[in-house]
Each structure stands twice: as C-alpha cells, then as structure tokens.
Design a protein around this ligand. Structure first.
Ligand SMILES: [Ca+2]
Length: 135
C-alpha cells in the first residue's frame, strides 16, 4: 500500500543509500513531520536518517515487517534557500539490502514570518479597550 505524499525507497544492492532530497525554495523556518515504514512482508532491518547540511537530525533503525518510526521537529529548523534536507534509507543492522523497501511520508512546511503576520490594528486594539473603560 502506497499512501499519498509518500515515496518508496530501497537501498542499493551494493549497500548504497537511497536518498530523497528536499531543497529549500527560500530562507525560513521549516517544520518537518516524517514517517518511515517497512513495507516488505519479509522486512528485517533498515536504517533511516534525516540529514540537514551534513548534520544528522535523526537516525533510527527499523526492524521487522510494518515497523514504523516518526520524526517531528519540536520547534522548527532554520534553513537557507537551496540548502538540502535529505531523507535516507540504508541497509541497517543486518548489512543487507534484502527486503528493505521502506515508505517515507514526508511533510515539510515553511512557517510564515511572524513579524509579517502582526497587523497594526492588532497592536492598538488593547489601547482602544482601555480608553473605552475610562469612559
Ligand atoms: Ca537490511
């Protein structure tokens, strides 16, 4: 079963990693919500990784059929335009690519700039309320 917004990944028979790369379209604070799930009924071990600019944000092993692990940023991460975030599946602890097909569901969104969201009328609203009380 392949879900929407998902991509199936499989390491190479030479142990090569399977990589899905996100490239940031612009500077900003990004929120990640990612789930990796084993989809082979014969699944043993695979290793999954999220890497930003050569910095490992998360790495974990999956073991057995249907095993599923999720990573969600508690805050957001600051990324510059054109910087990559890589979602990676490797052969894992068994050092074998057999049955390592893994579904990655990746949700990435850019937080709006909060300063831009502040409307001047919002800032003055408390002042208007105080004036009304004095009357
Ligand atoms: Ca494996």
């Amino acid at each position: 079963m392949f879900t929407a917004n998902g991509v199936a990944m499989h390491p190479g028979n030479d142990g090569r990693f399977s990589v899905v790369r996100f490239t940031a379209p612009k500077d900003g604070n990004y929120v990640l919500d990612t789930t990796f799930t084993h989809i082979h009924s014969c699944a043993l071990h695979s290793g999954v990784y999220i890497v930003y600019n050569n910095l490992t944000l998360w790495e974990i092993g999956l073991a057995g059929p249907g095993d599923s692990k999720s990573f969600k940023t508690t805050d957001s991460i600051t990324v510059r335009a054109n910087e990559p975030i890589d979602f990676i599946v490797g052969v894992g602890l068994d050092n074998s690519f057999a049955c390592d097909m893994t579904l990655a569901r990746v949700d990435i969104h850019l937080l709006e700039n909060q300063i831009e969201l502040l409307d001047q009328s919002d800032l003055y609203w408390p002042v208007l309320l105080i004036i009304a009380e004095v009357k």
